[in-house]
Design a protein around this ligand. Structure first.
Ligand code: BGP
Length: 480
């Protein structure tokens, strides 16, 4: 399956610069297992998954015990960077207060093993797993969570000087969208764009406070935030309604957060759209002066932006009621996304989709990077911190032939390198994911890994994509 785009892959760069990081990504809750043991505190997912009775994140990929094996595989397969997240509730089981020493030591051992294997850790403080004690009091809509996050961040910066690449949050947009708009995650609220904007703002304040603390503590290393971004194209660029729909969804998904990250303030366009959409949802958005001061002070201290990119969207004008259906099963063609006051996402027969209806559109990543370079020229550095293809991989005679995933990764890497060759400071690429792991709403049949995990035995089996990735990393060429 090859995406249609104006430039064929052949016209895109094939050489990979020597200093370009060839990474792979993980997240604590999706791979560690041991979710309620070794002193770890509860997160909202624990009860939510148990109540739904669909999946369990235990033992997931058993990374808690098998990280030495996974890091050896990284080394063997040319992966020189790994995204890891710290589970906040493994450190502070209640989010704040008493520390769980066993959890603290676990991450020291993990980082030491990264070093032993020559794999650089890129560490995220929050990957969708607010401790339940804080989550149940309102998560980031309750401002005490902002204070608690800052304390947790300070603790980690002081405790883990061996880590020099930090990210505060993973995908603020995805978190709030799933909790307050799509309702597909714990909290399960729908169409509350007011709460989504408020939570995004509050999380950006928490991000800012962590960045300011990092600076105040004089830590060496780099810090930034990971955003889930996707380019929003008007379906018909000549239709003003489609253009407005694309612009509104861009504010919601991209611009509001990028304004806060890089400018430390919200543009007039973002504010007008955010207040309008919050109003349609029957609420309002409160932006205290003190918060804006903190966001402003932190903006120039961001060293790096992580971009998680999976798809882009084409938008049509829409004046109907809210109508969302999340495809969590991989039954192609079942996804619907139409938001009142925003627009309707549409697909195109010539643009391929995964079985989960995610459009495969690698040029959208290039457009995104170049837009950031042009609109926020002081962005520092960019890492593509997640990109990959979910599929129903099959193990046949001990092998997984995932040619579509190889094509997906190759195309996205090519477009990333094209942006770099045109002056964008893109430092590396992390494939999602290192190995198969738990997928939030899809459980275990949506696999992304370079390494197939037999969830019964926990055996790791390199897929064809792992061999391809290793070759590309070694030869610094994409045409292998
Ligand atoms: C990103 C998350 C990851 C991962 C990935 C794939 O949004 O940061 O944690 O899950 O998406 O998503 P999914 O597992 O829903 O297909």
């Amino acid at each position: 399956m090859a995406a249609e785009h104006p430039l064929s892959a052949k016209a895109l760069p094939l050489d990979i610069p020597r200093d370009f990081i060839f990474g792979a990504a993980t997240a604590a809750y999706q791979c560690e297992g041991e979710t309620l043991t070794h002193g770890k505190g509860k997160v909202a997912w624990d009860d939510y998954l148990a109540e739904k009775g669909l999946f369990s994140a235990d033992p997931a990929s058993d990374f808690y015990h098998r990280y030495p094996e996974d890091l050896k595989l990284c080394r063997k397969y040319g992966i020189d960077g790994i995204r890891i997240s710290i589970a906040w509730s493994r450190i502070f089981p209640k989010g704040t207060g008493k520390v769980n020493l066993e959890g603290v030591i676990f991450y020291h051992h993990l980082f030491a093993e990264c070093k032993a294997q020559g794999v650089e850790p890129y560490v995220t403080l929050h990957h969708f797993d607010t401790p339940d004690a804080l989550y149940s009091e309102g998560d980031f809509l309750n401002r005490t969570t902002i204070d608690a996050f800052e304390r947790y961040a300070r603790f980690c910066f002081e405790e883990y000087p061996e880590v020099t690449n930090w990210f505060t949050f993973n995908e603020i947009w995805a978190a709030v969208s799933n909790m307050y708009i799509e309702g597909t995650w714990p909290r399960g609220q729908r169409y509350r764009l007011d709460l989504a904007f408020q939570a995004m703002h509050n999380m950006m304040v928490a991000h800012a406070r962590a960045v300011l603390a990092f600076d105040e503590l004089g830590h060496r290393g780099k810090i930034g935030v990971v955003h889930a971004l996707s380019t929003k194209y008007p379906d018909d660029p000549a239709n003003p309604g489609d253009v407005a729909a694309a612009a509104a969804e861009d504010v919601l998904n991209n611009q509001f957060l990028l304004d806060a990250t890089f400018d430390g303030s919200y543009s007039d366009d973002s504010l007008a759209c955010a207040h309008h959409l919050a109003g349609i949802a029957g609420g309002s958005l409160v932006l205290p002066e003190e918060d804006l001061g903190q966001i402003k002070a932190a903006a120039p201290l961001n060293d790096c932006l992580g971009i998680n990119y999976y798809q882009s969207n084409f938008l049509k004008a829409y004046d109907g009621p809210n109508d969302l259906h999340h495809n969590a099963t991989g039954e192609k063609g079942t996804e619907r996304y139409a938001l009142a006051g925003v627009g309707e996402r549409v697909s195109h027969p010539e643009i391929p989709r995964t079985d989960w209806d995610w459009l495969i559109y690698p040029q959208g990543l290039y457009d995104l990077i170049m837009r950031i370079k042009d609109q926020w020229p002081h962005y520092g550095a960019i890492l593509v911190t997640e990109n990959g293809m979910g599929a129903k991989d099959e193990l046949v005679d001990g092998e997984v032939h995932d040619a579509e995933r190889i094509d997906y990764i190759r195309q996205h890497l090519s477009w990333t390198l094209k942006a770099r060759s045109e002056g964008a400071n893109v430092r590396g690429y992390f494939v999602w994911s290192l190995m198969d792991m738990f997928s939030w709403t899809n459980g275990y049949n949506k696999r992304y890994g370079l390494f197939y995990v037999d969830f019964d035995t926990q055996e790791r089996i390199p897929k064809d994509s792992a061999a391809w990735y290793a070759k590309a990393s070694k030869e610094r060429r994409l045409d292998g």
